[in-house]
Design a protein around this ligand. Structure first.
Ligand code: PHE
Length: 449
């Protein structure tokens, strides 16, 4: 077994938690969760979401941590090391991040552009929600502006990756994650105090089960997947930098807690604001880019709140794009035997090209469609609906059925040195419950049930 000996590691337990939470907390929590919850009945959705996180998120996260930490290798190397027949799962784990980067960097670029517009006070001149909607569509369809922001965001990500695992990834998470939490709490308090704001809080915490349908369960499951960064190589790669005495069960529980807390807090920021100005909470994906700036504009100091809010989105997106970039950089560095510097540049070039193409597919390159979907939508669809659930399903099969049955308990207990009481339950979830539920999402997403 070829174990890389000179690999970097994260400082310790806290570092492990912060970098992983950095990957998990992202646009999925602050942009996607509130609008999906808004469309699916608020509190009832939240409840089902939390169940999905506990039943599926935690077991898969633990399996990925165990695989990464045991092999101390990039995602492809990790699966190959454990079983030559399962290298394909490693390739799925590096292809998915590249494709996610294709559209995620575009939305990240938008958040940056919106932050700058808020800062320069440009939004204060705009009056109605319709005007904001027009600005949003003109901006996303502009031939060069979003493309430039996509590249700038990729370069920003590159800058962190270039500084290395400890000085770049870990240090940036140690700064950005606490900052993100502070901003979120300040914004949440500000929102609750708005006149009429409590109505939004009620919406988020009083379940209305009449809105729950079969698809709510599947949407919640899919959201949990994307939000926790599971089903692809991010957690395997990050865990490969964990120290051998890192308690991976505690790390997973803390990350899941932070990720869920951030999603809930994002709801607490957004719904009271939405209710205070009497807008429907079901605005969909444009909630953050159209409805919210319009709401901020009605408030005193709108420029400040809106700048801080988009800064929050930029930070959340950046810690996630870093984790996606690292999967690819570690893979190229270790598997193609190129220097880390060159590997990072290859990834940056590839992601920029794909991101720019995806961005242009929304406007100037309208012809760039495959199967009736723009490249941007296609990348989103293929990753969230096909590659991640498929990856998650096979990870369960691999960890639950293929690997030696002592592998998981051995890793989770750090070779028997720490206790693990819930192993029988975890084993049941990993072998039966998770694969069955994932199969369900998968078939549903393909329209087969
Ligand atoms: N979890 C991130 C978010 O919620 C997105 C992401 C998915 C990041 C997969 C890495 C891997 O925005």
């Amino acid at each position: 077994m070829m174990k890389a000996t000179h690999r970097a590691t994260f400082g310790g337990q806290l570092g492990a938690v912060l970098v992983t939470a950095g990957s998990a907390v992202g646009l999925g929590n602050i942009w996607r969760f509130p609008y999906v919850a808004g469309e699916n009945g608020g509190a009832a959705f939240l409840l089902i979401y939390v169940l999905s996180v506990l039943l599926i998120g935690v077991p898969i996260m633990l399996a990925e941590f165990a695989i990464g930490r045991h092999t101390h290798s990039n995602a492809v190397g990790a699966y190959r090391m454990l079983s030559g027949h399962w290298t394909a799962l490693g390739y799925n784990s590096v292809i998915a991040p590249l494709l996610i980067m294709g559209f995620y960097l575009v939305v990240s670029g938008w958040t940056m552009e919106y932050m700058i517009h808020s800062l320069t006070g440009e939004f204060t001149r705009v009056q109605t929600v319709e005007e904001y909607a027009a600005i949003f569509s003109t901006f996303t369809q502009n031939p060069w502006r979003p493309a430039i922001y996509t590249v700038i965001f990729t370069l920003l990500t590159h800058g962190v990756i270039a500084l290395g695992v400890q000085k770049g990834i870990e240090r940036s998470s140690r700064i950005m994650m606490p900052l993100l939490m502070v901003i979120l709490v300040v914004l949440a308090i500000h929102s609750i105090l708005l006149p009429g704001g409590m109505q939004g809080v009620k919406f988020l915490f009083t379940p209305d089960f009449s809105k729950v349908t079969a698809s709510t369960f599947l949407t919640a499951l899919g959201q949990a997947f994307f939000s926790l960064s599971i089903g692809l190589g991010c957690l395997v790669t990050y865990a490969s930098y964990f120290k051998d005495d890192t308690n991976i069960t505690h790390t997973a529980l803390q990350v899941v807690l932070i990720d869920t807390l951030v999603a809930v807090l994002a709801g607490v920021v957004i719904f009271p604001a939405v209710f205070s100005v009497g807008i429907e909470p079901t605005a969909g994906p444009s909630l953050v880019f159209v409805t919210l700036p319009a709401i901020f504009n009605t408030l005193p100091l709108s420029m400040v709140w809106s700048t801080i809010f988009f800064l929050l989105l930029v930070i959340a997106a950046l810690t996630s794009t870093i984790s996606l970039h690292e999967v690819l950089t570690a893979y190229i560095h270790e598997e193609w035997h190129l220097s880390r510097r060159i590997s990072a540049w290859i990834v940056t070039a590839a992601c920029s090209l794909l991101g720019v193409a995806a961005s242009l597919s929304l406007g100037a390159w309208k012809w760039l469609q495959i199967g009736g979907k723009s490249l941007f939508d296609l990348l989103d669809f293929v990753t969230a609906n096909v590659l991640l659930p498929a990856g998650g399903f096979f990870i369960c099969i691999f960890a639950g059925w293929v690997l030696d049955r002592r592998f998981m308990p051995h890793e989770l207990t750090n070779k028997g040195t720490i206790p693990l009481r819930l192993w029988p339950l975890l084993r049941l979830l990993l072998r039966w419950v998770c694969p069955a539920l994932l199969l369900l999402i998968f078939l549903d997403n393909l329209g087969l049930i």
